[in-house]
Design a protein around this ligand. Structure first.
Ligand code: HEM
Length: 502
């Protein structure tokens, strides 16, 4: 009887395999087991794990996890194919149960499928939320920076948790740009909810790959997501309602991001044909607004904080690079005043430090895409619905792209004529993505990163605590929605300027 059962199972598996994979030129990849495919390799789905697999299977390889087709891209040539040549077919975002909860059922911009509706939403965000003209966002960087520097100054000559400090700094910038008020005690509740979502994103949820298990929720993750969403709703609903009341007054004063979005608010929400008059053509529901706010909070907080913490860690690990960067600040700015926005253009080496940090430690190590239809890339078949993962981390560490010691922190590589820049379509260096789904917050993110780092380095000298040697700085990373340091950076500041701090 059991022999018959095994025989039947083998035949069914073979029929499934032949009907699914037979004849189609799928990209290469590790051998798949019948029915479960590569599900046992789930632990490899991190930026480091996938980079290792790429060194064996090449720049475009295929995995099948449960019911999900996954295509991994790890070379600039293949990234160009996906992000440029085939962007019409591969511009959707993959989804997951956690994302569905956070994005209000994909009512947001970051995870909505590519469509006329998404284009309208993106236009609103670019023009109304991220433009240089939205003074309030840029002011919040300056103001919160001053608060952070005063915090550091009041703890001078002591070991401080610099990682925690910069995370607090970026949370405050983005919170203020979004909601118009400073992060107070009520706001820390909101940060706790965000942290819970962040943890839930980082957790591997078996139901994402085996959907029929979803109802059973074997890991209890759905229950936690439901609870986190409930708390989030209570918090954001009350903020939106306060803004709606404020809008009924005649003069609403400085506009924060919620005010900008409420200009498009309707109870029902509907997308219409494209036109240049945005307000006449698109309406946003409360869920759209809440989804976009979460895009901004998640997109803007961890990314900038992780970048600053990684840059400071690399500089403390490489004292000669720290010396060169501070020397440039002394020469350009002088020790009698703080850095001003007008100085940034002249800080060439600092800009190289930013780029080298984003090369080695891209805050978002993957660009996530999904194929809307069957497509052939470089002769390989990618079925509709596949998750396409572009592994930025792998390209940043690849000796074929960066032949001068790819693992070393060498900002000077970006001084070379023709070195990659954020916008010149060098697919080996795209920390903000590229193409139609690229980061709309790039200018604001770079500004906060550059201002934060310049001030920390100009106002203070930094040392490692307790006689720790530079080689002992822990550079391991975590894997979740973003890739921050696994352990927070602890360092000792001493005042460097000949004048009081800002
Ligand atoms: C150092 C800072 C930052 C880095 C490295 C970064 C990186 C990225 C990357 C790699 C993507 C995906 C792009 C793609 O798929 O092609 C992205 C998307 C996005 N980022 Fe950023 N980001 C940063 C700062 C910000 C800030 C400050 C905000 C908002 C305040 C923001 C908002 C977004 C949003 C809303 C998206 C989704 C865009 C879409 O799908 O249309 N980011 N970011």
């Amino acid at each position: 009887m059991s022999l018959l059962f095994i025989l039947l199972l083998t035949i069914i598996s073979m029929i499934f395999f032949i009907s699914r994979f037979g004849g189609k030129p799928y990209p290469p990849g590790p051998r798949r087991l019948p029915v479960i495919g590569n599900t046992l390799m789930m632990a490899c789905l991190t930026h480091r794990g996938l980079a290792k697999l790429a060194s064996r299977y090449g720049g475009l390889f295929y995995l099948r996890m449960g019911a999900q087709d996954i295509v991994v891209v790890s070379t600039p040539d293949m990234a160009r194919q996906i992000l440029q040549t085939h962007q019409d077919q591969i511009s959707n975002r993959p989804t997951s149960i956690a994302l569905d909860y956070l994005s209000y059922g994909r009512a947001n911009m970051a995870f909505a499928d590519y469509s006329p509706w998404w284009r309208q939403m993106r236009k609103i965000c670019v023009m109304k939320l991220f433009s240089r003209a939205r003074v309030e966002s840029w002011n919040s960087v300056r103001d919160e920076l001053n608060h952070m520097l005063r915090d550091v100054a009041s703890n001078a000559n002591q070991a401080i948790n610099l990682g925690e400090l910069v995370f607090g700094f970026t949370e405050k910038i983005i919170y203020r740009a979004a909601f118009g008020s400073r992060l107070s005690d009520g706001g820390t509740e909101f940060i706790k909810i965000m942290q819970e979502f962040s943890k839930l994103f980082g957790s591997f949820n078996v139901c994402d790959f085996v959907p029929w298990m979803s109802r059973a929720d074997p890991q209890g993750l759905k229950a936690r997501l439901r609870k986190a969403r409930g708390s989030l709703d209570t918090f954001i609903d009350s903020i939106i309602d306060q803004h709606i009341i404020k809008r009924k007054g005649k003069n609403i004063g400085d506009k924060d991001m919620v005010d900008e979005l409420l200009a498009f608010y309707t109870e029902e929400g509907e997308a219409k044909a494209e036109s240049d008059d945005l307000q006449a053509t698109i309406k946003l529901t409360k869920n759209n607004i809440k989804g976009i706010i979460m895009d901004i909070m998640f997109g803007g907080t961890e990314t900038v904080a992780a970048a600053i913490e990684w840059a400071m860690s690399e500089l403390l690990k490489n004292p000669e690079e720290l010396r060169k960067t501070q020397e440039e600040l002394s020469n350009v700015v002088g020790l009698h005043r703080c850095v001003e926005e007008g100085d940034l253009e002249k800080l060439t080496y600092l800009k190289c430090v930013l780029k080298e940090t984003l090369r080695l430690h891209p805050p978002l190590p993957f660009l996530p895409r999904a194929a809307a239809e069957d497509v052939y890339v470089a002769g390989y078949y990618i079925p509709a619905g596949s998750r396409v993962i572009i592994n930025l981390w792998a390209m940043g560490h690849d000796g074929k792209c960066w032949n001068d010691e790819p693992e070393a922190f060498k900002p000077s590589r970006f001084l070379d004529v023709g070195a990659p820049d954020y916008r010149n379509n060098n697919f080996e260096f795209i920390p903000f993505g590229t193409g139609r789904r690229s980061c709309p917050g790039m200018q604001l993110g770079l500004h906060a990163f550059e201002m934060g780092l310049a001030h920390l380095l100009h106002c203070f000298n930094w040392e490692l605590p307790d006689g720790m040697k530079p080689s002992q700085v822990d550079m391991s990373d975590m894997y979740g929605l973003s890739a921050p340091k696994a352990t927070r950076l602890i360092a000792v500041p001493t005042p460097r300027l000949l004048c009081p701090i800002c």
